[in-house]
Design a protein around this ligand. Structure first.
Ligand SMILES: Cc1ncc(COP(=O)(O)O)c(C=O)c1O
Length: 394
């Protein structure tokens, strides 16, 4: 016996993307990397904006001492103030630096918020399909996921959410633009959710929080905007990162912000700061904190992702795949033409096309295609996608 039983079981459960990753490496060695079409990982293929390197160089030359030491656990005051001003620019509440904690990516931020609010055994409602890591993050803090159905086009199903609410409900966790569907929740959906949670918070005499995971907020298409949850509901948190919009996933930088109008704000903030420390992060990476403060308005060229979305959607639609066209993020979640998504994904693998079964996201009968890959990978994979669907759809 080496790792704990719980972790051994978790290794087994979390194995889909890992399996695909390992399979991809085997196939790349055997057939050559250019002949394997790897759509399994959400690792952005665009380089960070040019300004990122420029800022890094300037920061490296900054003679001010002490820039690489510990700082307040919430992060540098100047960075948090810059983020607060940025948030005040597009939300109704006016934020102060205290509302913001700099975190080790969105993953770190989610753990900070969940640890801050969850008592053991409390439930968190998650609309499906959803980002698989949520199960593990909840388990880290003894939270219990309550996964609920979504409506047409993966819209929020208020009936399903209401049906899952009870005295143990501590939060609803949403992700928009969504991984794995690319769905962006509308203002109407968020307002209805805010109203529902207000009613039930009143009924139970304590807030049900809304936690919005938004690392793809800037990766949106067709001129749409992502509505603000801070405007829709006071008892809310936003967690985000620069992993996707600045293509910096390896640099591990993001932030968690609470609504300036949240109840018992002082305790919530003190909790977030403490949790950032005791989860072992202490604080987010210092150099990156200083860099992102100067890059809040920047993003990769999102039109390149929109082009990839269109290449993929047009190509797959032409050969008979069915899907909801994504309005954001860089994932497509088509139906598999057979119920058994694992079998269909295995058939694609025979064509050296690597995708992830929807079952791994609580969405069986689908597959996730991460299209943050080169245009050539998309174009060259289309004939294989067509051959495989033809085998199953006579
Ligand atoms: C929906 C969602 N949330 C959180 C994360 C974690 O992001 P980060 O790398 O910033 O921790 C990801 C990464 O893929 C994601 O897709």
């Amino acid at each position: 016996m080496s790792a704990s039983k719980k972790i051994q079981a978790a290794i087994e459960r979390s194995s889909w993307i890992r399996k695909m990753f390992e399979e991809g490496n085997i196939r790349k060695k055997k057939y050559g990397a250019e002949n394997v079409f790897d759509f399994s990982l959400g690792n952005p293929n665009l380089e960070p904006p040019a300004k990122f390197k420029q800022v890094l160089k300037e920061l490296a030359d900054d003679p001010e001492p002490g820039q690489h030491g510990y700082m307040p656990n919430a992060g540098f005051e100047t960075t948090r103030k810059a983020v607060a001003d940025y948030l005040s620019g597009y939300n109704r509440p006016i934020f102060s630096a205290d509302d913001v904690v700099m975190t080790v990516g969105a993953g770190g931020g989610l753990n900070v918020v969940l640890k801050t609010i969850l008592n053991p055994g409390e439930e968190v409602i998650i609309p499906k399909p959803y980002f698989v890591e949520y199960n593990f993050y909840l388990d880290n803090h003894q939270g219990v996921p309550k996964v609920v159905a979504t409506g047409p086009g993966f819209s929020l199903d208020m009936g399903a959410i209401e049906g899952a609410i009870n005295e143990k409900t501590r939060a609803v966790l949403i992700d928009s633009p969504n991984n794995p569907t690319g769905k962006v929740y509308t203002e109407g959906e968020l307002e209805a959710l805010g109203k529902l949670l207000t009613d039930y918070s009143r009924k139970f005499g304590q807030p049900i929080y809304l936690v919005s995971d938004e690392p793809y907020r800037k990766i949106i298409y067709d001129g749409i905007t992502v509505p603000s949850i801070f405007d829709a509901y006071n008892e809310s948190f936003v967690v985000t990162s620069f992993s996707k919009d600045l293509s910096l996933p390896g640099e591990r930088i993001g932030y968690a912000a609470c609504n300036h109008d949240i109840s018992d704000r002082g305790t919530i903030i003190a909790g977030m700061v403490l949790c950032n420390r005791i989860l072992g992060f202490v604080s987010a990476p210092a150099l990156m904190q200083r860099a992102v403060a100067l890059l809040l308005e920047e993003a990769v060229d999102v039109s390149l992702y929109q082009k990839k979305r269109d290449l993929l959607c047009d190509g797959l639609q032409a050969c008979g795949y069915e899907f909801v066209k994504p309005r954001g993020a860089f994932y497509l979640f088509p139906r598999t033409p057979i119920e058994d998504d694992v079998a269909f994904v295995a058939a694609l693998q025979e064509e050296n096309i690597l995708t992830v079964p929807g079952s791994g996201f609580g969405g069986p009968g689908h597959m996730r295609i991460a299209y943050c890959v080169s245009d050539d990978t998309i174009v060259n994979a289309l004939p294989g996608f067509e051959r495989v669907i033809k085998k199953f759809k006579k």
